[in-house]
Design a binder for this molecule. Structure first.
Ligand code: NAD
Length: 311
């Protein structure tokens, strides 16, 4: 029942995730609004479809990996969307790995489950939806080492585990619908703040005469060690194979980080919590985008705000 997988959203992340599913032997059908993204698959003989609905018509499971909640809503509930024919849905499982707000995940999941299934599959009487955002970046997507944070029915999570294992390494069940989305927003909030903190400290160090490489070695064996210092260092020349070493191209865009910080702020507001560092980070990333860095990796915050000098 997991053999035929539809994959929608073939960008920086989705491209690698879909390829890993193909390598694992799943029969994958793809769709993207960007023809060039689809062409990379159709050229290899992988079926591509013009609309999400056509993907749904031939898939048991559909995975979406789209920029934001509005794109996810379009793909699910827009014209020719996955739920275009609400009287009869073929896929029994929908997995959304986009980073979106928990509220939208919860609403969509209820909408999915209110549709009848074309044919009963396994335990499911109605289609089910899991929110399963990821962490690990483009490198993790390519190397199949992503972490999945999964919210929704535990039975569906167990059934989907082989699929997740084909694209990632750590699969963490977070509880009910929307909890995966909530986990991801909190992860990215902490990551944005740590990236800004590491950038600011490395820039200060350079201005005080310590090279970013030396200071990074110190951080990585001291209490400042974190992912932004030891796996995704923002200073060009300190690490190989990270966005800072390729002019901040191909990574997690500043635009997407700004979106995620807005999601954190909206969620904080909803529960009446004050998050001053989320507000500060959101301001910095909004400004970074306005200055023309919106498509550059979010670690370019170093270059723009702090780092006049490279290594
Ligand atoms: P991306 O912009 O590179 O890719 C998104 C793809 O979705 C594009 O190919 C685009 O054409 C397609 N798309 C947009 N709207 C569409 C629609 N209506 N129908 C069909 N296709 C549509 O984004 P990405 O970096 O791959 O990120 C995808 C999601 O994963 C985002 O929510 C992001 O926050 C999250 N994420 C990204 C990273 C990362 O390092 N890039 C890491 C973890 C999570």
């Amino acid at each position: 029942q997991l053999q035929k997988v539809g994959f929608i959203g073939l960008g920086n992340m989705g491209y690698h995730m879909a390829n890993n599913l193909i390598r694992a032997g799943y029969l994958v059908t793809v769709h993207d609004i960007n023809y060039d993204a689809m062409k990379k698959f159709s050229e290899k003989g992988i079926p591509s479809k013009e609309t999400p609905f056509e993907v749904a018509e031939t898939s048991d499971v559909v995975i979406t990996m789209l920029p934001s909640a509005s794109n996810v809503l379009d793909v699910y509930t827009g014209p020719n969307g996955l739920l275009h024919d609400r009287s009869c849905v073929r896929p029994w499982l929908f997995i959304d790995s986009s980073t979106i707000d928990p509220q939208t995940s919860r609403k969509l999941s209820a909408s999915v489950s209110s549709c009848p299934l074309e044919e009963q599959k396994g335990y499911a009487n109605t289609p089910v939806m899991l929110d399963a955002p990821v962490s690990g970046g483009v490198t993790g997507a390519e190397a199949r080492t992503l972490t999945f944070m999964v919210g929704g029915s535990e039975e569906a999570y167990i059934a989907a585990k082989p699929l997740f294992m084909s694209m990632g390494k750590n699969i963490i069940y977070c509880g009910g619908t929307g909890n995966g989305a909530a986990a991801k927003i909190c992860n990215n909030l902490a990551m944005a703040i740590s990236m800004i903190g590491v950038s600011e400290a490395l820039a200060l160090g350079q201005s005080l005469g310590i090279s970013a490489s030396t200071l990074t070695s110190i951080f990585n064996s001291s209490s400042a060690r974190c992912w932004s210092s030891d796996s995704y260092n923002p200073v060009p020349g300190v690490m190989e194979r990270v966005p800072s070493s390729r002019n901040y191209d191909v990574g997690f865009s500043s635009k997407l980080m700004t979106k995620d910080l807005a999601l954190a702020l909206a969620s904080a507001k909803e529960v009446g919590m004050n998050c001053p560092l989320a507000s500060g980070a959101h301001e910095i990333y909004t400004e970074l985008c306005k200055q023309g860095y919106e498509s550059k990796d979010f670690s370019s915050v170093f270059r723009h705000f702090y780092g006049g000098k490279d290594e």
